[in-house]
Design a binder for this molecule. Structure first.
Ligand code: C2E
Ligand code: CA
Ligand code: CA
Ligand code: CA
Length: 276
């Protein structure tokens, strides 16, 4: 509690107030952004190894606001989640990404899918499968071109309801990835409960793995676990050739990271480019 002359308490309160103000401002601008088209979607290739072929592209929201400048999704997604804007934002990304998938697959022999991130709060009303079905219908996209990325945080939500919704989506032909695996607080039990196709290992497992024997044990064990449960294991955040060799040797079938490609606007992607 504040007492007279305690500067650190007052500084703390000032920081809190600035934080609240920033959130309110973000919320206000984000609301407007949905209407004015300052939100866009960039795509980062997910590459199969050792073939070095693009299998899918992850859709990542970008926001260039006239007042706030560039705001990172790491900052505005949490604001969207607590302010109720996430449903609109999620639907926007879903439609954008599916439109791209339709374009990519029009001239492509090998099907290319798109990965769309889903916040746990998008499952709370129980109608998320309807939102997806509607977006597929509107865009004419094949459900097999869509992979939804959910995080372990779904386990803290109403797990039976989320599981039911994921099964409904799977029945449509949509695939599911468990994102950021290993960074949450959930138990390993989610791995056997959720209908997962892909297990995405967070960058924390990958970063500097070639330099540290204990990390190597961890990575190898987690990949093995994923493979034995029948998942395709994806390594995220690969930045160095040494990291790539290591995750590949461990059994990761797909890799994603700045080494292969940064997220890019759709017009700058070269889907046929050879990858390093
Ligand atoms: P994420 O789903 O784990 O996405 C991967 C993040 O890692 C992206 O950050 C990507 O740009 C970054 N990344 C990719 N390769 C590398 C690498 O080699 N090194 C490093 N250091 N980073 C790499 P980004 O685009 O800033 O997105 C941050 C987070 O925001 C995402 O993490 C995701 O949780 C959330 N997000 C982004 N777009 C959406 C969206 O449309 N919906 C929802 N619900 N969340 C989104
Ligand atoms: Ca993701
Ligand atoms: Ca991730
Ligand atoms: Ca992440």
């Amino acid at each position: 509690h504040a007492c007279a002359g305690d500067g650190s308490v007052r500084r703390f309160e000032a920081v809190m107030a600035a934080d609240v103000e920033r959130r309110l401002r973000l919320e206000e601008c984000l609301q407007r952004a949905l209407a004015t088209g300052t939100l866009s979607v960039h795509y980062q290739p997910v590459v199969a190894v050792p073939q070095r072929e693009i299998r899918s592209l992850e859709a990542l929201l970008r926001w260039q606001d006239p007042l706030l400048g560039t705001v990172s999704p790491a900052e505005f997604i949490p604001v969207a989640e607590t302010s109720g804007l996430i449903d609109k934002l999620g639907t926007f990304v879903l439609r954008e990404a599916l439109c791209q998938a339709v374009r990519w697959n029009a001239g492509c022999a090998v099907p290319l899918s798109v990965n769309v991130n889903v916040s746990v709060t998008q499952f709370s009303s129980g109608t998320f499968p309807d939102v997806v079905r509607d977006a597929l219908n509107r865009t004419g996209a094949d459900p097999r071109w869509l992979t939804l990325e959910v995080t372990e945080a779904v386990a803290a939500q109403d797990l039976p309801s989320v599981t039911r919704q994921l099964h409904t989506l799977k029945a449509l032909g949509v695939r599911i990835a468990l994102d950021d695996f290993g960074t949450g607080y959930s138990s390993l039990a989610v791995l056997s409960q959720l209908p997962i196709d892909f297990l995405k290992l967070d960058r924390l497992f990958v970063q500097g793995v070639h330099l540290d024997a204990r990390r190597q044990v961890l990575l190898r064990s987690v990949v093995q676990l994923g493979l034995e449960l029948g998942f395709v294991v994806v390594a995220e955040g690969v930045e160095l050739p040494e990291e790539l060799s290591f995750v590949q040797a461990c059994g990761c079938a797909h890799v994603q990271g700045f080494l292969l490609s940064r997220p890019q606007p759709p017009q700058q992607l070269n889907l046929n480019a050879p990858h390093p």
